[in-house]
Design a protein around this ligand. Structure first.
Ligand code: B3K
Ligand code: ZN
Length: 874
């Protein structure tokens, strides 16, 4: 952006530039005197030189007022404040550093560092928020033992919490009190946490496999105790699961979870004191949907699993983020799959990969799971680092098998416990423990983009031979032009015409069903194949790639019914849908009719009526890909045509299958609510049926009746979203009724805000603007903002991409406001703009103009700067 002189250039960091710290900090003793606008923080650190001869120490600091600086108890004049923090000079080899800072938690709307949420204080330090509390070496490879004393008004803040064990407490004059905490495990400062407030506490306990008694405490806003039980049960399940599946046990006597309303992400794994977005803690049947319940289980698990993969073994530098995140996502996915439905979990994870992650790979922020260059670290908590990172771990699991993988985990933990490690360390442990060669596989860490895998097959009836030719190609991505072939575990199965599995063999030797694809083009040969087989490929989505193969409808219908694993059956259904979505998008663009053959409808009818299948799985079978996922298939996206085709296909399925959908809808009615998986599955299918039936003549009646009869939020929301999508007349009174009932509860109102954002009506944007005046809405609260604004901008493509540019101007207004108050949130919301190159010329020009407006802001935050700059770059 050379033509944007008013944009200050924030500096980038490169992975290749890593150097170990010149000093380390072994212990830090913190005292917080909490006041809303002027909190005092005294930090006493024991510092040791690591590089001989280096006598200056650079400390990171942001938005701090320095009140005192001492070395070994003496005032120290040899320092200067810099743009990045403090530079202290003429230091001895080992010393005690005392720093007193003053901070303003109330003014902290960025929700990073120490801030106020509701009536209480809380912290968020990952990635680089500790530097907003005190001057420190704010980097993950400096591991110190933390002692923390918190002082605050006793009436307002009866609970004063920090990491580790409570070691002392006392009363002070003028109504204040204090508590001191000590964490025995050395940790990087991003895992530091402090909470002060008044809460209701749900208590339980857990005895670990080796007999440690752990007190479990969940802190929620007063009055919310009845919404914490599922989180507690999920925590207990996580602790048990990690012992059983990974042999990993909890290591402190207390585990605390605090739910707060103002939080930029889902949750944070601070040692012994997790801080959670209340969305991932609070649930009861009246306020939360089944999806919310499952989300709580997954996030509680995820943060708990970080205790080993993240906390006991942390990251050497932030470029290694996937070391802890990819691995921990893999662990939480396995946890959810072991406790619930494995196929349904896999399907939903794959949807995230094929939709938003593949889209990220194609955009200007495309990066490998281990990025090479970062301006603002918070911008790299991405689907690529997390979800693709997890797929990379999963591929190793596929290549090594469960036993080999667990041997690798064991070695990794033995070698690196208590240290800050790298992704290479992890792969090396996996390789050495299993004997599987991962040398080419390592490329997944450094190469970005989604490989395209094209497969062609050939059957030689005389020789009874079957040939499978696999080609891989990764197109250039932003910032990375040259690509090499990757090591792709490619899981296949062959079926005969009766649906029996054909054993894979060649020259009398068995061949494993996971093929090692390592070259740009490779042919695999199988013999003793007695008839033309049907091939199932990329089973379980064995690698994060796009598969291209010229399947006939007949083959796909065959796989939908005969493939042995459910994921493959679902995937065949998706491929069949994809074929007709593509051909119909072309038809609509050419002004022709939408065509959807009877045989395809019948295949979906078969799935719907298959009593052997899990109802939750059938619901997935009958779910079309989202408009965004379909958009990802095109270099030039036609939002209107995609919307029209998906709408018409849904209408067609609804009309053709109306009798079956109606029968199943009524047969799945339950008399009481439970969150047991069988019950969730039945609701999932029943509500999927309702979404289709809403499009038929009975829609108004069924949807109204369900809303009125619903005794749980899942059924209420299913009715409301069906009414919203189908634009039924009952939508209006339902929305009004819901808002009357829940205005006092922002978390519940988020569901209503989402529906306003996704409203397909032509005046959706006017409604969204009006909704911003709703008493429950606030741009200061990230959950509210995401619910309304992100659902409009990211999940209502037809309205957001209105040709008059009104949606684009709206997003710029929001981003401009958030740029100063909460840049991290702004940076999440800007995503739809980053894809502007995929739209027609007029829309491109309009979006580009908005990006340029943002680039021209005087005070553009580095979070937005990094994305805007990359988006505008050619
Ligand atoms: N580690 C945190 C995410 C921190 C995000 C910082 N912007 C939550 C998690 O992944 O578990
Ligand atoms: Zn995580």
């Amino acid at each position: 952006m050379a033509d944007q002189p008013n944009v200050a250039q924030p500096t980038a960091k490169y992975r290749a530039d890593y150097t170990a710290p010149d000093f380390t900090i072994t212990d830090i003793d913190l005292v917080f005197d909490l006041q809303d606008t002027a909190t005092r923080v005294v930090a006493v650190s024991q510092v040791k030189q690591q590089t001989q001869g280096v006598t200056s120490l650079e400390l990171d600091g942001d938005d701090l007022v320095l009140r005192r600086l001492e070395i070994n108890g003496e005032s120290w004049p040899h320092y200067e404040e810099t743009a990045e923090g403090l530079l202290i000079r003429q230091l001895p080899e080992a010393f005690e550093l005392t720093i007193e800072t003053e901070i303003n938690p109330e003014a902290n709307t960025a929700l990073e560092g120490l801030y106020k949420s509701g009536g209480g204080f809380c912290t968020q330090c990952e990635a680089e928020g500790f530097r907003r509390i005190t001057f420190y070496q704010d980097r993950p490879d400096v591991l110190a033992r933390f002692t923390t004393k918190v002082i605050a008004d006793k009436a307002k803040y009866p609970y004063l919490l920090s990491n580790g064990n409570k070691v002392a407490s006392g009363e002070l004059d003028n109504g204040r009190h204090w508590v001191q905490w000590q964490d025995p495990y050395p940790k990087p400062c991003y895992l530091f946490a402090l909470v002060a407030g008044d809460f209701d506490v749900l208590r339980d306990n857990y005895k670990t496999v080796s007999g440690r008694d752990v007190a479990l405490e969940i802190f929620v806003d007063k009055g919310n105790l009845d919404r914490a039980e599922h989180a507690m049960q999920s925590l207990i399940n996580s602790m048990k699961w990690d012992e059983e599946r990974f042999g990993l046990e909890y290591d402190l006597d207390i585990y605390m979870v605090v739910a707060v309303d103002f939080f930029n992400m889902g949750a944070m794994e601070n040692k012994g004191l997790n801080i959670f977005n209340s969305k991932y803690v609070l649930a009861n049947p009246a306020t939360a949907t089944d999806t919310d319940y499952l989300g709580i289980e997954a996030v509680i698990g995820h943060e708990y699993f970080h205790n080993w993969t993240g906390n006991r073994i942390t990251c050497r530098d932030w470029f290694q983020l996937s070391l802890k995140e990819g691995l921990t996502v893999f662990r939480d996915q396995e946890f959810s799959s072991d406790l619930g439905s494995r196929p349904v979990n896999r399907i939903n994870n794959v949807r995230v990969m094929r939709g938003p992650q593949f889209a990220e790979d194609r955009g200007p922020m495309s990066h490998p799971i281990r990025p090479e260059k970062v301006i603002e670290m918070n911008n790299f908590y991405t689907l690529t680092v997390y979800e693709k990172g997890s797929e990379v771990i999963r591929m190793m699991h596929t290549l090594l098998g469960e036993a080999g993988f667990q041997a690798g985990m064991k070695l990794y933990v033995e070698r690196h416990d208590g240290t800050a490690a790298t992704c290479d360390d992890f792969v090396l442990a996996m390789e050495e423990a299993s004997g599987v060669d991962l040398s080419q596989f390592r490329l997944w860490y450094s190469q970005s983009g989604t490989p395209l895998v094209k497969v062609s097959t050939e059957y030689d009836a005389d020789a009874k031979r079957y040939l499978v030719t696999v080609q891989q190609h990764t197109a250039p991505t932003a910032g990375q032009a040259d690509k090499q072939p990757l090591h792709i575990p490619f899981d296949i199965e062959l079926y005969d015409s009766k649906g029996q599995v054909i054993e894979l063999q060649r020259n009398g030797e068995k061949i494993h069903h996971v093929l090692n694809v390592t070259e740009s083009e490779q042919t695999f040969e199988f013999d003793q194949v007695h008839e033309q087989p049907v091939i199932s490929m990329l089973r379980e989505f064995s690698a994060p790639v796009v598969l291209e193969h010229d399947y006939s409808d007949q083959e796909l219908v065959f796989l939908m019914t005969h493939a042995r694993n459910e994921f493959a059956r679902w995937d065949a259904g998706q491929m069949l849908l994809a074929k007709y979505i593509r051909s119909n998008v072309a038809a609509v663009q050419a002004g022709e009719e939408v065509v959807f053959p009877e045989t395809v409808v019948d295949a979906f009818r078969g799935a719907l009526l298959d009593e052997k299948l899990d109802p939750a799985f059938i619901a997935e079978m009958l779910t079309l890909p989202s408009e965004n996922e379909v958009a990802g298939w095109y270099d030039l996206v036609d939002v209107d045509a995609i919307h029209a085709v998906l709408g018409q296909l849904e209408m067609l399925l609804a009309t053709e299958l109306e009798d079956e959908l109606t029968a199943i809808y009524h047969s799945l009615k339950q008399t009481s609510y439970s969150i047991e998986h069988g019950a969730i599955a039945k609701r999932a299918l029943r509500n999927r049926c309702l979404a289709y039936l809403a499009l038929t003549a009975q829609g108004e009646k069924l949807v109204s009746a369900q809303y009125e009869a619903a005794d749980n939020m899942t059924d209420t929301m299913a009715a409301m979203s069906a009414a919203n999508e189908a634009q039924l007349a009952c939508r209006e009174w339902q929305m009004a009724d819901f808002s009357d009932k829940w205005t006092h509860d922002g978390l519940v109102m988020d569901k209503w805000f989402i529906l306003q954002g996704k409203n397909p009506a032509a005046n959706a944007l006017d409604n969204v603007r009006e909704t911003m005046q709703h008493p429950a809405f606030s741009l200061k609260n990230p959950n509210r903002t995401r619910s309304l604004v992100a659902s409009f901008c990211a999940n209502n493509p037809v309205r957001f991409h209105a040709k008059d540019g009104s949606g684009y101007r709206f997003l710029t207004e929001i981003l401009t406001a958030l740029n100063t108050s909460n840049p991290q949130l702004a940076s999440r919301l800007i995503e739809p703009f980053l894809k502007y190159r995929l739209y027609d010329e007029e829309r491109q020009a309009l979006m580009r103009a908005e990006l340029e407006k943002l680039a021209g802001l005087d005070n553009l935050a580095r979070d937005l700067f990094e994305k805007v700059e990359k988006a505008l770059e050619q």
